[in-house]
Design a binder for this molecule. Structure first.
Ligand SMILES: *[C@@H]1O[C@H](CO)[C@@H](O)[C@H](O)[C@H]1NC(C)=O
Ligand SMILES: *[C@@H]1O[C@H](CO)[C@@H](O)[C@H](O)[C@H]1NC(C)=O
Ligand SMILES: *[C@@H]1O[C@H](CO)[C@@H](O)[C@H](O)[C@H]1NC(C)=O
Ligand SMILES: *[C@@H]1O[C@H](CO)[C@@H](O)[C@H](O)[C@H]1NC(C)=O
Length: 449
């Protein structure tokens, strides 16, 4: 339930409010003049530019497979990934086989395999023979520094849902029935106009999974200090009974800003967080999933320092409330990016291209492992048990009904080295720019005190 009542704190005295408002305005006027002319902004982020961004996102498939580009992938490399793998998936002669190694948390393996099966139904006979190892745990494990140097062995190719810059794990979409979620998001969007929302940064989640999040809680508003953040601990048990997804989406839409902060690794909730064109305030993340890498700070989200969260949040919200049009544009660009990115067709095509490119690198004949079972959508859906048949219902709703009449969209060529470097530089410089604004803002506030 929404804790709006929680926002009604004892108001500061009128005089104090007036003084601080005047100081704030002065500081913002000083900075906004050059904020607006800095050229960091990309004007009119329309759906069209987002379609291009989303298309370009597939370029990362090449980056993820780059470690094996010259060596290719041998059977030994694949098998060496068995140390942490949850399952071994084999596609052979248009059929899929799975050998499970260990139990996956939250039945993630079931849905990932289900997603791959739907891909089969969508593009029958189009997937090449291949063998992959998949790890459904949160954190990437293939450390790149262990595979450097002249005598280093080639890294084992291991699929998972997220990566970071220190590792070589191959990023695969965390398959969910995003079509359903998009509908929720659109409905949430229509509830309340951006301008009429609470002018604060909202976050609700589980702070106990990461120190980072516990630090964030210190930024919650108190009677002494308002960092412009409204933070809540998620009551999983209560909300589980009420259907937490809905409450999550609805809550996000009550505020102009929402905070994204990683938990133990990448956070699934990001998809909800990007709902309803509130501005995402993203605490500098370590991990990325399959769609995050093409998002640009200040264009799709506002970057928040990890090492100075409260002051960073305070500035971000003040800035946004004083540049409402720009802020709302960032929010809209972020949401429309997500809507493009979470279309099921897009996700299937990403999976398709990733598996295809991977298969091209294999230097051995895939074979069906001993102790594996053949997969089939109908059987899987029939055997799906769980909370009052919810899993089964979900599966039936997301079942791809028949082969696609269109081909997968094309895979863009790899980034050339220079374009990739330019892309990373642009990202870095936007983040740096925001840090500078922030610093200037705090310096001028302190001077005036
Ligand atoms: C943050 O503050 C609000 C109101 O000021 C309160 O309702 C909420 O419980 C606080 N959150 C935490 C995690 O303490
Ligand atoms: C994992 O791979 C290694 C090396 O290829 C092999 O010796 C070992 O038996 C494999 N373990 C399992 C559980 O398959
Ligand atoms: C690589 O192996 C060669 C031959 O075994 C050895 O002489 C050399 O010191 C090794 N280099 C490194 C960096 O370990
Ligand atoms: C971008 O920033 C990261 C981390 O701050 C740094 O490691 C990297 O070298 C930078 N890249 C470029 C191209 O500036």
């Amino acid at each position: 339930m929404l804790q709006r009542s929680g926002l009604k704190r004892k108001p500061p005295t009128t005089a104090a409010l007036l003084v601080s408002t005047v100081l704030l305005m002065a500081a913002l006027i000083t900075y906004s003049s050059w904020i607006d002319t800095s050229g960091v902004f990309v004007e009119n982020s329309t759906e069209k530019t987002n379609t291009i961004v989303v298309y370009k996102n597939r370029k990362w498939i090449h980056e993820d497979l780059r470690p094996w580009k010259t060596s290719g992938i041998t059977r030994d490399m694949v098998e060496r990934a068995n140390g942490t793998a949850t399952f071994h998936l084999v596609i052979k002669g248009g059929k899929a086989y799975v050998k499970s190694y260990r139990q996956a948390i939250q039945t993630r393996d079931v849905f990932t395999i289900w997603g791959i099966l739907q891909l089969f139904r969508k593009y029958p006979g189009r997937l090449p023979d291949l063998e992959i190892m998949f790890d459904t745990e949160d954190r990437p494990v293939i450390k790149s520094r262990e595979y450097r140097g002249p005598n280093a062995t080639a890294p084992p190719p291991l699929f998972r849902y997220c990566g970071d810059k220190e590792t070589l794990d191959i990023v695969f979409p965390d398959w969910s029935f995003w079509g359903c979620i998009l509908k929720d998001i659109e409905q949430g969007n229509q509830k309340i106009k951006w301008i009429d929302r609470e002018p604060y940064a909202y976050w609700k989640g589980n702070p106990f999974v990461a120190e980072n999040r516990q630090e964030l809680l210190k930024c919650n508003a108190t009677e002494q200090q308002d960092w412009n953040a409204r933070l809540f601990i998620q009551d999983w048990i209560l909300e589980g009974q009420q259907g937490f997804k809905q409450s999550n989406v609805a809550d996000q839409c009550m505020y102009r800003y929402k905070i994204y902060i990683e938990g133990y690794a990448w956070s699934v909730s990001e998809k909800y967080i990007l709902a309803c064109d509130s501005v995402t305030l993203m605490v500098q993340p370590q991990f990325y999933d399959f769609f995050m890498r093409n998002k640009q700070p200040v264009e799709h989200y506002w970057p928040i320092r990890n090492d100075d969260k409260c002051r960073s949040l305070k500035f971000a919200v003040d800035w946004g409330n004083n540049h409402k049009k720009k802020a709302h544009e960032i929010g809209k660009a972020g949401s429309s990016f997500m809507q493009e990115q979470l279309k099921m067709d897009y996700i299937y095509d990403y999976m398709y291209h990733l598996l295809n490119e991977y298969a091209k690198l294999l230097k051995f004949e895939p074979r069906i492992p001993e102790g594996s079972r053949e997969l089939c959508s109908e059987v899987m859906a029939c055997h799906a048990e769980g909370q009052k048949g919810r899993k089964k219902k979900f599966m039936m709703e997301s079942l791809v009904k028949g082969p696609s009449v269109t081909n997968p969209c094309t895979l863009p060529p790899p980034y050339d080295r220079r374009a990739l470097a330019a892309f990373v530089r642009r990202k870095n410089s936007s983040i740096l720019q925001v840090k500078k604004w922030e610093k200037g803002y705090w310096q001028s506030l302190n001077k005036q005190h």
